[in-house]
Design a protein around this ligand. Structure first.
Ligand code: HEM
Length: 378
């Protein structure tokens, strides 16, 4: 069954029209040469990576930009948040769903900088300090400053703090993140400037940087292109299902799929391969065209649209697992792993929405034990 799925989707050729993602993200990498200082100034070459996160104005939100910069060594994560606010700004690591179970760090500058080690126990909070949950404050050093319309906070924590309210971070890991900003300093007041999600690749500790092979196999290249197209298929499908049903979950996940495409696209670019220009919803194969059309026509009701989307995520999970098993390239595996975590999260979202509507979704392609394990995963 699995072979058929891969074969089927592998020949899927979608011509898709680009929609402009509402949230844009730009990643930069540099070689660290400056000493890390938690002084609220992000100097050139102080961090190895940075990700610029942007969220436009929407109802209840003025819109804003936050740049996350980070580096790791064998023991610590060093991070800076620089956002367009004079209130609080925050990052959350590895939420299970929405804000739930995110290991959060929230900072603001009120005279001096405050950086709080928090955890969100529910979908929309509350997020409270780890110490109030029986955990520990693991922000080992911090600092920050406000300038003009912006605030910067910097902090250092252990990759593995030993606190159950902190996620264990590992060199080479891709970590899913959420972020948010408020114009108020009170951490109990909800974000009103911007919020969003993303993935950060932690990178390798400088001391253990290994030569990552630039020599991809033909199989790696084919899989990477295929996975990019499959993420694109998901994006196109959800975009069409959103137009049809108006369910906002589809709009949210269109953005997420766009980010997945961008991540694998960036890797393809780095290897000099590039991605094709394809239009939305058109296939060069009659059988596949029929499948796509069938998925769309099945999605006429809200319930059936959610069912079709959940089924698509199942296929995506199976293909990503096969892609991971089929390569030894660590960099590629890291990107696939981030996408796999995203697909599992999407499947949980769709199944959760169906459950809220009184429908128990039964897996179509995944075996029951894997499906249940994904549903249980935090
Ligand atoms: C100050 C307390 C907070 C409250 C009361 C709160 C409440 C909420 C609520 C009600 C939503 C649903 C969307 C909306 O109403 O606009 C939401 C969404 C969200 N929040 Fe918070 N939040 C808080 C802090 C945070 C923090 C610190 C972060 C990031 C570290 C964060 C990240 C997010 C994200 C990413 C979403 C969107 C979830 C999704 O749709 O995927 N929130 N929050």
């Amino acid at each position: 069954m699995r072979d058929e799925i891969v074969l089927l989707i592998a020949v899927l050729f979608i011509f898709s029209g680009c929609i402009q993602p509402e949230e844009q993200q730009v990643v930069t990498e540099s070689v660290v040469s400056a000493e890390w200082r938690p002084d609220g100034v992000v100097s050139e070459n102080e961090y190895s990576h940075s990700l610029k996160l942007y969220s436009p104005a929407r109802q209840g939100y003025t819109g804003g930009v936050m740049t996350v910069s980070w580096k790791i060594d064998d023991e610590y994560l060093y991070m800076a948040l620089n956002g367009s606010t004079r209130g609080w700004l925050a990052i959350g690591f590895e939420p299970s769903e929405w804000m739930k179970d995110a290991d959060m760090v929230l900072g603001f500058v009120d005279g001096g900088a405050r950086v709080l080690d928090e955890y969100s126990t529910g979908n929309y909070g509350p997020h409270i300090e780890d110490t109030m949950l029986g955990g520990t404050d693991d922000i080992m050093e911090h600092g920050g400053r406000s300038y003009g319309t912006h605030t910067v906070v910097e902090f250092r924590r252990k990759l593995d703090t030993g606190d159950r309210f902190d996620k264990v971070l590992r060199p080479g890991q891709s970590v899913s993140i959420i972020w948010a900003m408020s114009d108020r300093m009170d951490p109990a007041v909800k974000h009103n400037i911007a919020y969003g999600e993303g993935v950060i690749y932690l990178g390798m500790a400088q001391s253990s940087v290994q030569q990552i092979s630039q020599n991809l196999t033909q199989n790696d290249i084919e899989w990477m292109l295929f996975i990019w197209k499959e993420e694109k298929a998901a994006r196109d499908l959800y975009e069409s299902l959103y137009e049809r049903t108006g369910l906002t979950v589809f709009l949210d996940l269109v953005r997420s799929e766009q980010r997945h495409m961008d991540q694998i696209g960036a890797l393809l670019d780095r290897y000099g391969i590039g991605t094709p220009v394809l239009e939305r919803g058109v296939f060069d194969n009659q059988t596949l065209q029929s499948i796509y059309d069938e998925m769309l026509s099945k999605g006429r009701s809200d319930l059936d649209a959610l069912r079709a989307a959940a089924t698509f995520e199942e296929i995506s999970i199976i293909d990503l697992e096969r892609a991971i098993a089929g390569t030894d390239n660590k960099e590629v595996i890291d990107v696939y792993s981030g996408l796999l975590a995203g697909s599992r999260k999407h499947l949980r979202s769709y199944v959760g929405d169906l459950r809220d509507m009184g429908i128990e979704y039964a897996p179509v392609y995944l075996n029951t034990s894997e499906f249940e394990e994904i549903m249980r995963a935090a």
